[in-house]
Design a protein around this ligand. Sequence first.
Ligand code: GBH
Length: 461
Amino acid sequence: MKQFPEGFTWGTATASYQIEGGWNAEGKGPSIWDAFTQTPGKITEGGTGEVTCDHYHLMEADVKLMADMGLKAYRFSLSWSRIMPTGRGGVNPAGIAFYSRLLDELAKHDITPWVTLYHWDLPLALQLELDGWLNPVMADHFRDYARVCFENFGDRVQHWITFNEPWVIAIMGHNNGIMAPGRQSVTEPYLVAHQLLRSHGQAVDLYRREFQSAQGGQIGITNNCDWREPKTDSPADQAAAQRALEFFLGWFADPIYLGDYPAVMRERLGDRLPEFSHEDRRLLLGSSDFFGLNHYSTLYAEEKSAAEMDQQSPYGNGGISEDQDVQLSMDPSWQVTSMQWSVVPWGCAKLLQWIDQRYGHPPIVITENGCALEDELIDGEVHDPARAKFITGYVSACHDAIQQGVDLRGYFVWTLMDNFEWACGFTKRFGLHYTDYETRKRYPKDSARVFAEIATRNGVG
Ligand code: GBH
């Protein structure tokens, strides 16, 4: 039996647009995801987040699910346009009241909240009026929104996350356009990433100057990264894998831990990569109290020029591949999930090591890990043995990394319940609870039991 360090955090995670529903309830303004899902052809089978798990109306029951599993930590995100309907100016009292009730409910069940300020659902007004994250003024608006959150919720929140996965916002929102706001450009991703980093810096600076000493919490950012394994041991492939990781995670983590974008990005992108002002750099350096990591998958990386690259390769997810000269691929022996992401637990251990070494042994928290697989509902229970195996495999890899000296502090499984999976709509099943969207009922899964057992064995609950 593997034992984790005392105080290790075990939790589940969700995001506002994926579970809340209540898309226009009680004064909520529209977000870019409300607009995107209503655009024909963007979402598989035309799904939207209008109702999804109806968490906005079933919140108490959902918190009870967590309590029944013995979970002690819950990561969720705030919907900016529920709190500020047009993103700036007026506050919606019903939005504040909702999250306030959620926090009280969690406290009642002794569940520690981890609160993400932004998980992709930008108030639509800010996109229409300001071009969203392309506009440098967004850092001011994000800071003002963060202030509203710290003021109203900070007395009950000890763990803040500014952004979830800026890489997805930049690449999937502004390069391949699969996600809202659906833009397709090779210059915008680098501009957007820059404004996201600046906005993060502003919010952290505000928290530290005006709230941290009184409220005593921690604040950080969550980045996503899949592992890149050199396809062969040739120096060229090793360099390609390293370059791919720097373009993926280094893009966002280097400015925070090392003070600037990776040199390899500067060399290859030239003017397309913005420069930080002296002030931005000062605010960014050291601006994360923990290293938030979402990790799902692994791919091989090999050196290939843009001209030689297989343009049909489905793995466009490594960033803008022409900028990297890296071809991604999969080993035929690897298992894949329903979303075609590979299941490679050792990739998780290797990535944790890479972060540990590059960023000087930071405290790391895995804020998401999980898988989409088909489940079977029999007699009111969901059978998902493959997911239970996935969770056991990745948690073991985390344990290996800790044995090797990595300072891993927590693990959040994605997700608490099946939900709206962005561009994939409702077709994929991820989490701990199967959701029947017709009856809005949730059913327990095998994997939920396995996860709860691991947590309980480690002294939680
Ligand atoms: C997370 O992002 C999101 O934070 C969450 O909202 C979402 O529900 C969850 O994932 C599940 O999708 O095709 O092999 O190249 C995950 C970010 C980026 C991870 C793309 C996997 C592609 C793997 N993902 N990456 S591959």
